[in-house]
Design a protein around this ligand. Structure first.
Ligand code: SF4
Ligand code: SF4
Length: 352
């Protein structure tokens, strides 16, 4: 069932999800970035805020309209809710070790862009957990570092959502085409103030999303990336990029699919202890620690590991690429290293 919601309908959707007992998480403006936080109403959404991105560059700015989804991917992804940055696994006390049981949270993710929809699918393949209720926001506003179209992960939301919204502001008003992807999505939609969608509404939404694909800031080279990476182990580009890479790990922290963790044990002076899991990065020197030392001691080896896994061996492990083209690793790299540029440099060397 397709329908059209206005802003009151969008607010009613958030209210209906909260009333169903879900914790609704969506985009908000915080600390000069579009971040993800709990929503209480549509008034929490970043109305009229857009973003400007580039390699090593991210700035929010005022838009000329009041769009609530008029921004590309921010520094946070939904990963932090499905796979938290820090999680205590065990504690010890007088009675010995006990596993820490977390209270399950029923989430509704609100305003999930198609690249992140794909990332949620890839991440859940690895970390599991219950599927949240997902309200996708089809992309009509790609950023300069986005390349989801060339990864087959956007800008349209094709699957994996309960409801998909497409925002439009024109002379007919500020509205959202809402398409149900599941029975649960259709059920919520029937309880909202709405009007039926006409062919005209669907055609406009399709045109806006097609235009977003044309305006995508970047593209991956059109080649078999798995084969490219497998054949590039000794490529001189790894040393070149290592000259710029700070091995800070920002790219892995912001990536919506990077899932590696480290396990840390902490002992207290009173004899208690905890075992916790925290996000880890393949750029950390001790990430490849084996008996006697680290295997990947150079920055070149660590950058090669990250990119070769993300674009190459991820296919062997999980049958898909580890990259959805969200562009976060480009925007949040302090050295402005661009994974599409690095892939293009490898591809150029391979085609000579
Ligand atoms: S590529 Fe950029 S973000 Fe990633 S580790 Fe190197 S400097 Fe940090
Ligand atoms: S590798 Fe970069 S562009 Fe690809 S999913 Fe991760 S952060 Fe996004």
């Amino acid at each position: 069932m397709d329908a059209v919601l206005d802003l009151a309908g969008l607010d009613a959707l958030i209210g209906a999800l909260i009333a169903s007992g879900r914790k609704v998480i969506g985009p908000v403006l915080r600390d000069e970035a579009i971040t993800l936080a709990e929503l209480e109403s549509a008034a929490d959404l970043p109305s009229g805020w857009g973003v400007e991105t580039g390699p090593g560059h991210y700035r929010v700015h005022r838009r000329a309209d009041s769009a609530v989804f008029g921004h590309s991917a921010g520094p946070q992804s939904w990963k932090r809710f499905l796979h938290p940055p820090h999680r205590v696994l065990l504690t010890s006390g007088p009675a010995g070790f006990r596993p820490v049981r977390e209270e399950p949270v029923e989430y509704a993710f609100f305003g999930v862009r198609p690249c992140d929809l794909a990332a949620i699918g890839k991440l859940r393949q690895i970390v599991g957990g219950p599927m949240p209720f997902v309200v996708a926001a089809q992309c009509t506003e790609p950023g300069a570092v986005c390349f989801c179209a060339s990864m087959g992960c956007g800008p349209s939301a094709d699957a994996g959502y309960d409801l998909a919204l497409t925002e439009r502001i024109d002379r007919e008003g500020h509205r959202f085409l809402a398409v149900a992807g599941t029975a649960a999505g259709a059920d919520v939609l029937t309880r909202l103030p709405r009007r039926p969608a006409h062919e005209h509404d669907v055609a406009l939404a399709d045109a806006d999303v097609a235009e977003a694909a044309r305006r995508m800031g970047r593209t991956m080279p059109e080649t078999d990336l798995r084969d490219l990476l497998a054949g590039s182990r000794e490529h001189p580009r790894w040393e070149e990029v290592a000259g710029r890479c700070l091995t800070c790990g920002n790219c892995t922290m912001v990536c919506p699919t990077c899932f590696c963790v480290s396990i840390e044990d902490t002992t207290e002076l009173d004899g208690g202890a905890t075992r916790a899991q925290r996000w880890a990065s393949c750029f950390e020197i001790d990430f490849s620690q084996l008996h006697g030392g680290a295997v990947r001691t150079s920055g070149a080896a660590r950058y090669r590991q990250w990119m070769s896994h993300k674009l190459g061996t991820w296919h062997d492990q999980f049958g898909t690429s580890g990259c959805v083209g969200c562009g976060r690793c480009i925007a949040w790299c302090p050295a402005g290293i661009d994974i599409t540029e690095e892939a293009a440099a490898l591809a150029e060397g391979a085609s000579r």
